[in-house]
Design a protein around this ligand. Structure first.
Ligand code: ADP
Length: 464
């Protein structure tokens, strides 16, 4: 079962969330940055920089008002009768020289606005117990010298810095985000594209390696499967092409020898009319033998290609295969005895009915028996058995003759493979017999195997 993978939609959602948090964080960071810078640069403009306690002295005439003056502030000393006994610094002329109890509490203590005059000050108080007076320190709420222009232009610069900072961090954030997005989307696409390009250029061994768990991974798998299928097909095609080439070479080679002999001897006969009847007959026999061999080769070749063709259909009929085997064996007994072979036949007494093509199966089994008789010396024992095993018919054709060397035996069912590789006509075979037998058995959905080695005989097992 295919593993459930994270989808691109999830990836997109993750990216969107990340972008959302990134922009929010940038915004918050920009605000904090601007406020901090603002507080630092506007500090001097808004907060009261000095308190009454800090400058208190028993002798109020000695009070140092340098710092107070810097901020356009003033100090007042008020005695216990609310009289202003001392005043220094920048103060408005209309400040009262005596406070009423009401004014004293409203204006100074509670910092309420008086209708009498514009009182826009930060106040700070300090009571001197020793001398029984109150020190009032007033700093105007407006910037120094009432410089609003400077204040507002500083605010504007600050706002501008804030905006610049916001956009700057936003650009950096966007670059980081685009890099991350690229890693998730563009990089896998590039890798897949490169692989597809290689495949398109004919390198079917290309496999895409990608570590991710989303649709890109599915795409990568699909491309890899496609490439391996094409590679497999191409290899098969090349192999088939190679087999076809080899087959044509083998056919032409095998046909050349008998035909050259036919042409040579017939030429000789035509050009020498004075030959004796005996000589003529000898050469005619050679021509006949070679013509038969060429004919056998062409017939076998035709048979082989017929069984190999996809369009060829067997004439299947359900028949008793035991009866079929008995008939074949009976037809071979005279030849077996003539060649002085020993034999054992063990055909099941019980009828075994299977669907097979009598004529083709005759060809397949006959090939094996003929080979046994053809390639082995007299006194060889030929064993033929037919049994029912595991619901299948098992035919064994075995001899204890010369056998086939193991290295050749592995290819013996391929066309034109023979132990006698010199390919002369001595043994008379075409090298197509076993290839045809195998094709026929396979057409019947059966199998054929061979157990053999040099001097160990041959054991052909057919299962149908
Ligand atoms: P051929 O037409 O040459 O007989 P086959 O495909 O039938 O072609 O056999 C291939 C080769 O296998 C033969 O040339 C022969 O050398 C070897 N062979 C086949 N059957 C036997 C056997 N029973 N004993 C020894 N050699 C065999």
């Amino acid at each position: 079962m295919r593993k459930k993978r994270g989808t691109l939609a999830n990836l997109l959602l993750k990216n969107y969330l990340f972008l959302y948090f990134l922009t929010t964080a940038i915004f918050i960071f920009s605000v904090i940055f601007t406020v901090s810078v603002g507080r630092f640069s506007l500090k001097n403009l808004s907060d009261s920089p000095v308190t009454a306690d800090q400058i208190m002295k028993d002798n109020y005439t000695n009070i140092d008002i340098t710092k107070v003056s810097q901020y356009n502030g003033f100090v007042e000393i008020i005695d216990n009768k609310y009289n202003v006994v001392y005043r220094k610094g920048f103060f408005k002329k209309d400040r009262p020289s005596k406070y009423t109890s009401q004014q004293y509490h409203d204006l100074l203590i509670n910092n309420l606005k008086s209708s009498d005059y514009d009182d826009n000050y930060y106040y700070s108080f300090s009571y001197n117990k020793n001398k029984d007076f109150l020190l009032v320190l007033g700093i105007p709420k407006t910037p120094p010298n009432g410089n609003y222009d400077e204040f507002y232009s500083k605010l504007a610069i600050l706002f501008f810095i804030g905006v610049i900072f916001y956009f700057f961090t936003l650009i950096i954030g966007t670059i980081i985000f685009s890099r991350l997005t690229s890693k998730n989307f563009v990089t896998p696409l590039k890798i897949i594209l490169k692989g597809v390009d290689n495949i398109a250029q004919g390198d079917y061994s290309t496999r895409i390696h990608l570590k991710c768990r989303n649709e890109f991974s599915n795409l990568k798998d699909a491309v890899n499967i496609m490439a391996s299928k094409i590679e497999e097909e191409t290899n098969l095609k090349e192999k088939a092409e190679e087999t076809r080439r080899r087959l044509i070479m083998d056919i032409s080679h095998d046909l050349k020898t008998p035909l050259a002999s036919v042409i040579g001897y017939s030429d000789f006969l035509v050009n020498n009319p004075s030959l004796s009847l005996q000589e003529r007959s000898k050469y005619l026999q050679i021509i006949q033998r070679n013509s038969i061999r060429a004919n056998d080769l062409i017939t076998d070749l035709f048979e082989f290609s017929k069984f190999e063709s996809y369009t060829f259909k067997l004439h299947l009929k359900s028949e008793n295969i035991c009866e079929f085997m008995r008939e074949i064996i009976a037809s071979y007994i005279p030849e077996i005895e003539e060649k002085n072979f020993n034999y054992n036949f063990d055909i099941s007494e019980k009828d075994i009915f299977i669907a097979f093509d009598w004529k083709s199966m005759d060809r397949a089994i006959s090939n094996l028996i003929t080979n046994g008789l053809k390639y082995n010396p007299p006194k060889t024992t030929l064993n033929i058995s037919l049994k029912q095993r595991f619901g299948k018919a098992e035919i064994i054709i075995q001899d204890d003759g010369v056998g086939i060397p193991k290295d050749i035996a592995k290819d013996i069912f391929k066309p034109f493979v023979r132990v006698d590789s010199s390919r002369n006509s001595q043994s008379g075979g075409t090298g197509l017999g076993l290839a045809i037998t195998k094709k026929i058995i396979e057409k019947h959905d059966g199998t054929i195997t061979l157990e053999t080695d040099k001097n160990k005989g041959c054991k052909f097992t057919i299962t149908l």
